[in-house]
Design a protein around this ligand. Structure first.
Ligand code: PNS
Length: 165
């Protein structure tokens, strides 16, 4: 039986911390689907298409990775449809835990065959969250150590667009 995991998130944008978690997941699972979940309640800086383009570019040369989007519906149903037995989530700090714990148990309730696996990124990424990257980048700070050059370009373009308005 092939071990397949899904790695869901909002990825606004995909950071080097996300990439680190993905690479760790690929050491455990034969195949990983990165799943961009469209959350209508969340205000995002980048559109779904922009976020997908960035993820696809970052993972372009990594084998056994697929990038997909979950437009609506439950992640647990998606995992069932894809035959995934694991959901990968990156955790950085203790404060991530409560929300992750709830989601993990709810997903297991909805789809008992799925197990959530928590992976810790390299310590150098423990303070790298998309929220803070977005904020620093939109204020003109240097985030080149924390995102892929393609993502860095998209952040600069977004800043320029916003300043033009
Ligand atoms: O990167 P995020 O914003 O922390 O990811 C949250 C995400 C996308 C994993 C979560 O919102 C999710 O699973 N959304 C899909 C809809 C769903 O199944 N919600 C119930 C989760 S128990």
């Amino acid at each position: 039986m092939s071990r397949k995991a899904i790695y869901p998130g909002t990825f606004d944008p995909f950071t080097n911390g996300h990439l680190d978690v993905l690479e760790r997941a690929l050491n455990i699972f034969e195949h990983v689907d990165v799943v961009l979940a469209e959350n209508s309640q969340k205000q995002t800086l980048f559109t779904v298409d922009e976020r997908l383009e960035m993820i696809r570019e970052v993972v372009r040369d990594i084998p056994n990775v697929n990038v997909d989007v979950l437009h609506d519906g439950l992640l647990a149903d998606y995992a069932r449809q894809m035959g995934a037995n694991a959901i990968v989530r990156g955790v950085r700090q203790v404060k991530d835990f409560e929300y992750e714990f709830q989601m993990s148990l709810l997903n297991r309730h909805l789809y008992p065959e799925v197990t959530t696996v928590f992976l810790m990124p390299n310590v150098k990424y423990t303070y790298v969250a998309s929220t803070i990257i977005r904020e620093v980048a939109m204020l003109g700070g240097d985030v080149s150590k924390f995102v892929h050059p393609f993502v860095l370009d998209k952040l600069s373009q977004k800043r320029a667009e916003r300043r033009a308005h």
